[in-house]
Ligand binder design. Structure first.
Ligand code: CAP
Length: 410
């Protein structure tokens, strides 16, 4: 049972404030009254039992509204007693039916502001930035990781060897691709055993501790079973495709398991990419932190994804800003290689996990050389060496051109 799920008293007067931008031909008043009714005590028609007392106890109410071009911006306050600390019921309340209203052409949920009493019903990340750093014994530089490629099809032994080669080249962290969880060709426990064996060998050789995130994504009732299997096989981190599995599944996983959870965001853009529809990415990341995610993807600076660099920076903000909960480690991933490290650190800062798949395993010198080129690029960004001075970095920069820190590709 997730702790604190229904800890708010029914009569709780605290409110969650939701901010929306809605494209509609309706007036401010029509949108605001309609939304409050639809998402709390009423519907499209007045109903006799919707008494003043009921509305005052349970009704949503507008706390601000204005026009912005074709859109109405609305701030609506919802009594927390209507949904308690339940993520699915929170989302059904603040978002639920709104996307299907015929009179709203586009609906964007921009933000949710939570009262402290509500946030206190959640545990948040158990490890977060400091906990992940502590487990790795790395406190004075950004973290480096890889996604093993090819994505699918490797046997556990081939996978373990790729982990060894990556860690040997200096990555701190290795993760499954989002497309691998518990397939017949690579059952979780066999893959974790081989991966940890590879990482342990590197630790014996170099003294550097490493982390492996096993993807435990499955049907909801299989996620914790997979996680226990991964933990029993030695995994020291778990990974969840949290959009496809669901935020509630993430919350259950983080509260049941005493391991950091890496949150992969595949399918995220189905909700975020159309700028005036869906949900803002910063809000989704705030919810990941609320649900206890220890590491979360934010896109990548000058990478292969759709976001501008400013948007990537904005995605990372809610993971690290001051809150009642521990911070979540932002993960920059997607099309990165040694030539892009400086720009990523420049925009995202030191408290970040930089991941490269193709940029490591596609290096002309192979996986270990690719990992070395990334680690060396971090040393360049820290001012400890010159760009392109080592053979591994030189080969990476010959294959992929560098992007300078501060050179914004927006
Ligand atoms: C990156 C990656 C990651 C994306 C995630 C991929 O590989 O493994 O899933 O970075 O993107 O398969 O694309 P490369 P998002 O390093 O080879 O690009 O955070 O948007 O889900």
């Amino acid at each position: 049972m997730v702790p604190g799920r229904f800890s708010l008293p029914e009569e709780n007067r605290d409110r969650v404030v939701a901010t929306y931008a809605i494209e509609t031909a309706l007036s401010l008043e029509e949108v605001s009254d309609g939304l409050c009714a639809e998402q709390s005590t009423g519907t499209w028609e007045s109903v006799e039992r919707e008494t003043e007392d009921l509305v005052s106890r349970c009704g949503a109410r507008a706390v601000g509204s204005w026009r912005r071009g074709d859109h109405v911006v609305l701030r609506i306050a919802f009594p927390t007693g209507n949904f308690g600390c339940s993520i699915p019921m929170l989302l059904s309340t603040v978002a639920g039916n709104l996307y299907e209203m015929g009179s709203f052409r586009r609906t964007r949920l921009l933000d949710l502001e939570f009262p402290d009493a509500f946030v206190e019903g959640f545990e948040g990340p158990s490890f977060g930035i400091d906990g992940c750093r502590e487990l790795l014994g790395v406190t004075d530089r950004p973290l480096l990781g890889t996604i093993i490629k090819p994505n699918v099809g490797l046997s556990p032994e081939e996978f373990g060897e790729a982990c060894y080669e990556s860690a040997r080249g200096g990555v701190d962290f290795v993760k499954d691709d989002e497309l691998v969880a518990d397939p017949g060709y690579s059952p979780i426990s066999d893959r974790v055993t081989e991966a940890m064996d590879g990482l342990d060998r590197v630790e014996e050789e170099t003294g550097e501790r490493k982390m492996f995130a096993a993807n435990v994504t499955d049907e909801v009732d299989g996620i914790v079973d997979n996680a226990e299997e991964a933990r029993d096989a030695g995994a020291n981190c778990l990974m969840l495709n949290f959009v496809t599995a669901g935020l509630s599944a993430l919350r259950v996983l983080t509260s049941e398991m005493d391991l950091p959870v890496h949150c992969h965001r595949d399918m995220f853009a189905a909700f975020t990419r159309v700028p005036d529809h869906g949900v803002s990415p910063a809000l989704l990341n705030k919810l990941v932190r609320l649900c206890g995610g220890d590491q979360a993807h934010v896109g990548s600076i000058d990478g292969k994804l759709y976001e501008s660099n400013d948007e990537v920076v904005a995605n990372a903000a809610p993971l690290r800003e001051r809150w009642l909960l521990k911070s979540t480690l932002p993960v920059s991933s997607g099309g990165l290689h040694a030539g892009k490290v400086a720009a990523n650190l420049d925009r995202l800062g030191e408290d970040v996990l930089i991941l490269a798949g193709g940029g490591i395993h596609g290096h002309p010198g192979g996986t270990t050389a690719g990992a070395r080129s990334m680690r060396q690029a971090m040393e360049v960004a820290a001012g400890d060496r010159e760009l392109g001075e080592s053979p591994e970095m030189k080969a990476a920069l010959e294959k992929w051109s560098p992007v300078k820190a501060g050179e914004d590709g927006n």
